[in-house]
Design a protein around this ligand. Sequence first.
Ligand code: ATP
Ligand code: MG
Length: 411
Amino acid sequence: MRQSKLFTKTRREAPADEVAKNAQLLIRGGFVHKEMAGVYSYLPLGLRVLTKIENIIREEMDAIGGQEIRMATLHPSEKWKTTGGWDAVDVLFKIQSRTEKEYALGQSEEEIVTPIAQEYALSYKDLPVAIYQIGQKYRDELRAKSGVMRGREFGMKDMYSFHETQEDFEKFYEIVKASYLKAFNRCGLEVKVTEASGGAFSEKLSYEFMALSDAGEDDILYCNACTHCVNVEIAKEKEGNACPKCGKGKLMKARAVEVGNVFDLGQKYPKAFGFTYKDTEGKEQTPIVGCYGFGTSRLVGTIVETFADEKGMVWPEGVAPFAIHLVSLGKDSDEISKTADALYDDLVRAGVEVLYDDRDMRAGEKFADSDLLGIPKRIVVGKDAVNTGEFEVVNRATGEVVKTSRAKLVG
Ligand code: ATP
Ligand code: MG
């Protein structure tokens, strides 16, 4: 894409009321537009990042047999009254229509997915089944000071699985855990898995996926030798203690962001809706349900917070809006511009995702914008490139510069 055609522009200052680093940088780069506290619109560059994250988790869920659907987010109040969530869930947005009917905005989708599964999972032959969606959620969050990391409207991938036995559910639970770790890894993040209490959903244990980041709202203790990790809030353990799991490592304390979790919901929701299936002997049984959340838009913010430096954002390759930022130092249609144009065409033809800064601006301004946008590799086309036929490729994260021939760049 030619940057001269991009309708968004960078800006020097973020809005004065925006305190979170992630939102400040995303707004300055033109990735998101702030509508109000906790509510952001995604602009072309931001949407490209969000879509990359969505596609990563979509691929991982499909790989373990998840089936994607898109559920309604405007919910009839009756379903929430059926489960008790209407009164119990404090973050639920409630709406009254002009005909005085009541609705809820989806903050999670158990109330919708359970009746859907109930309609189709009639016998043991229809189980297990795992259904997921990627979409918007609405929560009346009190604290909305963390930018896109804690939205009142935000993106989530939520999956729900229905099983005949606890054993079958627990097997699947482990499979999802492994696929989540793969997804976070593809997003460039180091994530620890804590065991935590299920909170409002159930008394049962759950896993929380914690990305190490100072912008987080949780404190965790993790072992520096094995995978043991706990949330400080619930832990009896202390920083510096020997690891109770492996005995070899030491417990380290860190601030972390919850980027995903998996819950054992037991039979609560099928019981509320009277959802039973016929077992092998034709007897009615209640399925066991698991739910699996993955914060797609929270990840956008977490990635910014984790990798940004004093110059701006730094995107890991797997989620970057573009792979290459091609910066031309040419003017009008001089030799430099022609060389840059030709390289841009070649890169596009080779299937490389490239943002081409073809704007008529000073080099210093272009480099500052490029640093702010944080595309992993920058190719600068100046006089040298025209004279030598070689291009400087700058790594945004490390600042390392390598000279590369055109043939190598376009593969
Ligand atoms: P938190 O403790 O941070 O409020 P939660 O326990 O309420 O999270 P879930 O209801 O399980 O989270 O939602 C699943 C995932 O959705 C979370 O792990 C997180 O990544 C994301 N998420 C939850 N609330 C928000 C929010 N307000 N804004 C952005 N992402 C969110
Ligand atoms: Mg919450």
